[in-house]
Design a protein around this ligand. Structure first.
Ligand code: NAG
Ligand code: NAG
Ligand code: NAG
Ligand code: NAG
Ligand code: NAG
Ligand code: NAG
Ligand code: NAG
Ligand code: FE2
Length: 476
């Protein structure tokens, strides 16, 4: 059986519902499936933080770099892409960097600079700089800007790729820029589990919810998240709020703001598009897919993934993680079955290649599946119910970052058997790899203390577990 622990829950009646902020009453109903947890909360939609909020402050001075963010810059973790925006003129494109213990050995790298227009918005000068050939497992300082307006940050490179390298990933999706978003980010930052790299499962700024997709809200978002993403890489996945396709406004090139602002190292994994790619990091192999790009047979994304999955070397990187925006298994009413055609295309491969876990967002809630698959179905045979499958991934929906669209609370009833745990609350996840066989996943709701695990699960590695133990279905 899945080793599962759900804390902080107790039986309580919905009738006692009071709208006392921060007061948690948990209802447990065990249905066909797993656990449906619900609790009493202030249901008001959270608004975006006002433009004059502290989190959106422009760093003082003329043309000072803002919206500083980093992501992995190569395939194995020795590279970093440093990006930032200067508002008034291009300014310096140089990044100066040095290892913490080698302050006298400063190196520099040059960024490319771009601007883009969106309807009547013109971006600032967006700089992207790839720093290569760093040492593994080393703290580096870096500086952008010049003179007395230079800004200094730091990051730590991951350990060399290897099978038993412990590493901790955070998970956030559908973040937006509301007060709830700020809570989610704060909880992630203060979680004692200390995520070292964040896996972001799509839907970043929600600027497209504004008239004319007001791209100033991409800038405020960049300033909001800087406090974290300037110091640890966020691994990007595109969601529907990144499409920004509005031909009526003359904006018919999908993903324009997103792809101009957030560079990813897609060429390093042989991809032809920044919307799908892979990286290795520590003991994990992470494959990012695009729910909103063509994925049918013969498409570029299909052909890339078809080549990609067989070359993952589980002796080198035991943990195979897939990120996408739209979940394949979702028992909420909202977005129900939107991932179905993607599932039909790729679930078979996820099972065949023993993907450990698939993280998605999109649904503004939390849900964790059993290890199940639905690959036997072929339209005529009637086998349309997912079954227990020890080679299948666990599917985790973590679209509960806290954007202005609010939570989705309506669930399909009874809880389907594939659904192990679901709750409509804002929060984040932690995927803590211990070694090649064990990883611990926990979900943290914003209303709890920083260390509280509202749901958690030990994951046994699919590849190493099946080598060790070929016994029964129960051996999850
Ligand atoms: C956002 O959270 C940070 C850290 O908790 C806090 O300092 C800041 O005041 C918050 N800002 C807003 C607008 O809530
Ligand atoms: C520090 O400098 C020494 C020699 O100058 C070099 O061998 C070493 O790799 C550097 N360390 C890092 C982490 O860059
Ligand atoms: C810096 O740290 C690296 C790795 O820990 C080590 O190999 C190197 O010798 C150190 N360099 C200095 C100058 O202390
Ligand atoms: C863009 O157009 C909208 C609608 O006409 C207007 O409200 C807004 O002020 C314009 N912004 C700029 C930067 O011109
Ligand atoms: C897989 O990785 C291991 C460990 O790095 C290496 O020894 C082995 O040769 C690799 N296998 C293939 C097929 O590349
Ligand atoms: C569909 O599945 C059934 C039973 O699993 C099998 O007998 C049949 O051959 C399949 N049909 C096709 C076209 O593959
Ligand atoms: C892997 O980590 C798990 C959980 O911490 C531990 O129980 C197990 O003994 C470890 N395996 C090895 C080979 O160290
Ligand atoms: Fe979405």
């Amino acid at each position: 059986m899945v080793v599962q622990k759900s804390t902080g829950m107790r039986k309580a009646g919905m009738s006692s519902a009071g709208f006392v902020l921060g007061m948690l009453l948990i209802v447990l109903e065990v249905c066909d499936g797993g656990i449906t947890s619900s609790y009493v909360r202030n249901d008001d939609l959270s608004l975006d933080m006002p433009l004059d909020s502290d989190v959106f402050q422009v760093p003082p001075g003329y043309n000072v770099p803002q919206q500083v963010h980093i992501t992995q810059g190569d395939h194995e973790g020795k590279g970093v892409i440093v990006s930032w925006v200067t508002p008034d003129e291009p300014g310096s494109s140089t990044v100066i960097y040095w290892a913490e213990n080698n302050t006298s050995l400063k190196k520099s790298a040059q960024a490319t600079v771009l601007t883009y227009k969106y309807f009547n918005y013109t971006s600032g000068y967006i700089h992207h700089c790839t720093i290569d050939n760093l040492e593994f497992d080393t703290k580096y300082y870096y500086e952008v800007g010049t003179g007395n307006t230079a800004r200094r940050f730091w990051f730590v490179t991951p350990p060399r790729v290897g099978p038993d390298v412990a590493y901790t990933f955070g998970l956030i999706g559908d973040l937006g820029q509301t007060h709830d978003s700020n809570d989610t980010l704060t909880h992630y930052e203060l979680n004692p589990a200390k995520g070292q790299t964040l896996l972001f499962v799509g839907d970043l700024s929600y600027a497209d919810d504004y008239p004319f997709h007001d791209n100033n809200r991409w800038d405020t978002w960049g300033r909001f998240i800087e406090r974290n993403v300037a110091y640890q890489p966020w691994i990007w996945t595109a969601g529907n709020h990144e499409i920004d396709f509005v031909p009526e406004l003359g904006e018919s090139k999908p993903f324009k703001p997103y792809t101009n602002r957030y560079f990813v190292p897609y060429e390093a994994s042989g991809s032809t598009s920044p919307l799908w790619y892979s990286i290795k990091r520590a003991s994990a192999y992470i494959i990012v897919l695009s729910s909103y790009s063509a994925y049918g047979k013969y498409t570029p994304q299909y052909k890339w993934l078809e080549k990609e999955l067989p070359i993952v070397n589980r002796t080198e990187t035991p943990w195979l993680i897939v990120l996408m925006h739209s979940p394949l298994y979702n028992s909420y009413v909202h977005h129900y079955m939107e991932g179905e055609s993607f599932r039909v295309m790729y679930e078979e491969w996820f099972v065949e290649y023993e993907v450990d876990v698939v993280f998605a967002g999109h649904v503004h809630a939390y849900e964790r599946s059993e290890r199940i698959s639905n690959v036997a179905y072929n339209i005529s045979n009637g086998l349309c119910t997912p079954n227990s499958d020890r080679s299948a991934p666990v599917y985790i929906t973590i679209g509960d970052g806290g954007n202005l669209e609010g939570l989705v609370t309506e669930m399909t009833e009874p809880q389907p058997s594939y659904s192990a745990f679901r709750e409509a609350s804002f929060g984040h996840g932690i995927f803590d790899i211990k070694n090649r066989t064990h990883a611990f996943f926990s979900w943290h709701r914003n209303q709890d203390g920083y260390a509280v695990e509202a749901d958690s699960l030990w994951l046994k590695n699919r590849y190493w577990n099946s080598l060790e133990d070929s016994s029964s279905l129960a051996a999850f």
